[in-house]
Design a protein around this ligand. Sequence first.
Ligand code: ARG
Length: 495
Amino acid sequence: MSGDLVRRGRLSAARPELVTEYLSSMDTDRWIAMADIRVDIAHLLMLDRQGIVSRDTSSAVMKQLIGMYENGIPESAFDEQYEDIHAGIEAHIIAEAGMQHGGRLHMGRSRNDEVATCIRIRLREDILGQLEALLKLRRTLLEIAGANSGTIMPGFTHLQHAQPTTLAHYMLSYEHAFGRDFERLVDAYVRVNRCPLGSAAFASTGYPIDRAYTAGLLGFPDLSLNTMDAVSARDFALETAAACTILMSTMSRLCEELILWSSAFVEFVTLDDAYCSTSSIMPQKKNPDTAEIMRGKTGAVAGAFVAALTTVKGLPMSYNRDLQDLTPSLRTAIMEAGRAVEIAAGMLATATFHPDRMRAEAGRGFSTATDLADLLVRSYGLAFRESHNIVGRAVKKGSVDLASLDEAAVEITGTTLSARGLTQEAIEEALDPGYSVSVRRAAGGPAPEAVAAQLEVRREAMGEDEAWVLDERLRLAEAETAMLEKGRELIAYHI
Ligand code: ARG
């Protein structure tokens, strides 16, 4: 038996190789091949339980399936003479178990519900992997934050020195952002985790199948109920790719900072050699290539999302072959985002920060001018806009001391500030970056107490997120073990 077993009934065999390749999904199917074996096992257990196939058949076919589960899928199943891996695996089973057994596996289903189920199974795993990597990254950020609540550094707006903050506050800001990326992926996961199997082409089947049973075997808590929707829906994939894209936009910002911070004129951080490259001509160079590649990959992930979205836009119900073309985009999005998170965690964990350089920059550019303006309001009875203008005017004159402030105050209010009791000592205290940070105790702010409170909240959130991922992993592993046990029992029946 040669050629595609699906085609040979209805269609003539000959076609240009270019067309065969054009239609094939084999490359991407490697991503979902093992999921297909699990889907086959669940489907066959159901066919057996419902009496749709004989025990002889189910046990002979199960032997092939468990064999592939344990030893891998033979390379011959990936031959492009088969349109896709579903046909390749079915052909292998028929070749091994005979047509009278193997030829019955595809009863009551279609490749449409089969592939949708495979994608959801694989995506579920990849999302969990990505969540685990995100936990690692978030933990690293929290560790750096925990050790640096006294590390004063400049904060920027418009990339200009703005106000002093701490490295802890900075790292916590990224942890919050990645925490939301985590939430978005969990949210997508909930809708990925529904089972389309049994929808067949789109109208289900006349065989007395049990969809809830197969869903349970595969660890799905719910069905993707309407069978027409179930085979054509890919919004779960769009959502995941969108979450990956947003995550990468966070990631590329972090990379941008690391690139900037590691340059000689900033020198806030030294990245470990493992994450850097050198130049083929300039022997002195150490370049932050990993962060640059990662910032660049944001384009690939965003592009994959747009490609996926554009593929499904305007498709009528139900299955259309266009859908096949969405799978590689989804794979790119989840794979690239996953790799980035994993690598970023290592890049941060091995980075060396330079508190002296940060401290030296913290007070530059009149970064504590706001504190001085606040002092004038609090202690000398000025309106904030008045004090803002006075300090601004002094900055414009190029120095912020008692003389320049008095001069500015006369210009703006008609009287000096020394007349109101302002001293050079009070000015200097207000301009100290350490003081500036210490008074910013509002919830979420950079003062050490506020940072300690944030750390506590975020560590607790991390703990809950860790428990969620662990539970989900456990739930899936238990379902899989139970399913395999049933499969092995079927084989044992035959012996
Ligand atoms: N390889 C196909 C895909 O990825 C499987 C479904 C094929 N269905 C069909 N009606 N040709 O979408």
